[in-house]
Write a new protein. Structure first.
Length: 526
């Protein structure tokens, strides 16, 4: 990128119109490229007021063939004082709002994931209203934090002429300014315009009435952004108006069917009376703090794909976590609390004031240290030994297998009850408890469900085994001493946590294929 002489406006205002700037700069380009590329004779073509696809307008265009036979296309944007808004930067409101929304959604996803990992039981207790309020509140705080702190960032400076150049491909592109558009060479709008032209590879020149145009920045020959743009078919405005008028003469219109008429009436009414006013007022309210308004120079303001992808990914992450939180059942909440305590390496039974779920506090008598781990037993049911008697009458326990003093002095006959001739019915075989399989083992198991009675657990095991699913049942006390209830666990005992997770995923798919009642599978450490 080359830079030419400094900005030096004439002492008197020229007052050049846009048409005068176009014609004077077209003559300058002929001389500029004659020395630079040596175009082939009779190949130079110049046209003004060109129109392309999507409403793109080029004030001037020059085409010729270079000495090697290749085609060269140059376009330029002419700006007079009354069209100065084309080259003055403004806030790219659409891009800025998408950044605000994407930043807010990413922060919301991070905050919700942190709460899910550290305090999941609290999130479960918030229910629908609480979780929705948590997400919306976090999103609004992050959105307005970016909205009020980042609008002056340089990436949000939008210049209409620069943005229009980026919509199509050309070999070189210029911005031609009348020398009275900016009042001084240090004007911040002029400095930003030149910086963006240098960064994007565009040319910048000043056109005066009494002197030759002066180049402030020559266009880049490296075609930095040319590969990512599309080539346009250019026509003059007169040709475009003629093609439009001729095109309508041969068009045949067909009447829509009845359903299409009704649908159009409803949709157009909603859009005209509801959506368009709300959209207009919303954009106006968001742009008001920055002095922005809706104008023709903001039509190329768009959000970027990166912000939209971050927004959508974070939104679906929040929906996924919220769905998991709101689908927990009461018995799963207890397991989550135990898992959280296990991760934090704290046992609630060892902490003063902490009791297992469902238990009642034990009154403290001021003597026993700490918190007992078992439920209290009533004093009238406790068997005691009276040690206050004399030495001769005090009951003793002979660990050698001999008789006590009273037994030595007096032999008591042992009465043997006769056998009952009536045969007793054999007890029904019970499903073996899987507690023996867990003793002395370390690793993880996949818990499928929890029950309050062993009969319910056994019936559920039979149902699973009927569907050819490996499973066992055991009491909660095998995993957590002192806890009541029974669980059903699936598969084998895994010693590696990653393998246990893979088994959990496979078992979930197996249960789904067997069309069994949906259950929340939980990894339990043994």
């Amino acid at each position: 990128m080359a830079s030419s002489s400094a900005y030096n406006p004439s002492s008197t205002a020229t007052g050049l119109s846009e048409d005068e700037v176009k014609r004077r700069f077209a003559s300058f380009l002929r001389e500029f490229y004659r020395e630079r590329y040596e175009p082939m004779p009779n190949s130079v073509q110049t046209s003004l007021d060109n129109v392309g696809e999507g409403g793109i307008v080029a004030d001037g265009m020059m085409q010729f063939r270079k000495s090697d036979g290749s085609s060269f296309v140059c376009t330029y944007e002419a700006t007079s004082r009354d069209k100065a808004e084309e080259v003055k930067f403004a806030l790219n409101l659409v891009y800025f709002l998408w950044d605000c929304a994407a930043f807010a959604m990413v922060c919301t996803a991070i905050a919700y994931f942190f709460a899910y990992e550290t305090n999941r039981v609290w999130l479960i207790g918030l229910r629908w209203a609480g979780n929705f309020g948590f997400l919306i509140g976090t999103w609004m705080i992050a959105f307005f934090s970016w909205y009020f702190t980042m609008p002056k960032w340089k990436k949000y400076r939008y210049i209409y002429a620069i943005q229009q150049f980026k919509q199509y491909a050309a070999d070189e592109q210029w911005i031609a300014l009348a020398d009275d558009v900016f009042p001084s060479p240090t004007d911040p709008y002029l400095l930003e315009l030149r910086n963006q032209c240098v960064f994007s590879g565009f040319g910048l020149a000043l056109v005066s009435a009494d002197t030759a145009p002066r180049v402030l920045a020559a266009p880049s020959r490296l075609r930095i952004y040319g590969e990512g743009r599309k080539m346009l078919h250019w026509v003059t405005r007169a040709q475009w108006y003629q093609s439009v008028s001729e095109g309508f003469s041969g068009v045949s219109f067909s009447m829509p069917n009845a359903w299409t008429v009704v649908w159009n009436k409803v949709i157009r009414s909603l859009r005209y009376y509801l959506w368009d006013p709300v959209q207009k007022q919303l954009i106006a309210a968001l742009a008001k703090p920055f002095g922005g308004d809706i104008s023709v120079y903001s039509r190329f303001m768009t959000g970027r794909y990166l912000q939209k992808m971050f927004f959508v990914f974070s939104l679906f992450s929040c929906i996924f976590l919220a769905n998991k939180v709101l689908s927990y059942r009461a018995e799963d909440t207890v397991d989550v609390e135990e898992l959280r305590n296990w991760r934090s390496e704290h046992n609630p039974e060892d902490q003063p004031g902490k009791l297992p779920p469902g238990s009642e506090p034990i009154p403290y008598d001021g003597k026993a240290p700490g918190v007992p781990k078992q439920y209290p037993v009533a004093e009238d049911k406790v068997q005691t030994i009276d040690l206050t008697a004399s030495n001769d009458d005090a009951p003793t326990i002979d660990l050698s297998g001999g008789k006590t003093r009273k037994e030595k002095s007096k032999t008591t006959a042992i009465k043997v009850k006769p056998k009952d001739p009536t045969p007793k019915p054999k007890p029904k075989p019970q499903e073996p408890d899987g507690c023996s399989l867990l003793k002395g083992r370390a690793g993880w198991i996949v818990q499928e469900n929890a029950f309050s009675t062993p009969e319910s657990a056994i019936e559920h095991v039979k149902l699973l085994r009927a569907n050819k699913i490996t499973c066992n049942w055991t009491s909660q006390a095998c995993l957590t001493p002192g806890k009541t209830g029974y669980i059903v666990w699936l598969g084998d005992i895994q010693t590696i946590f990653a393998t246990a997770q893979s088994q959990q995923t496979a078992l979930a798919k197996t249960l789904q294929k067997a069309k069994l009642p949906k259950a929340k599978l939980l990894l339990r450490k043994i």
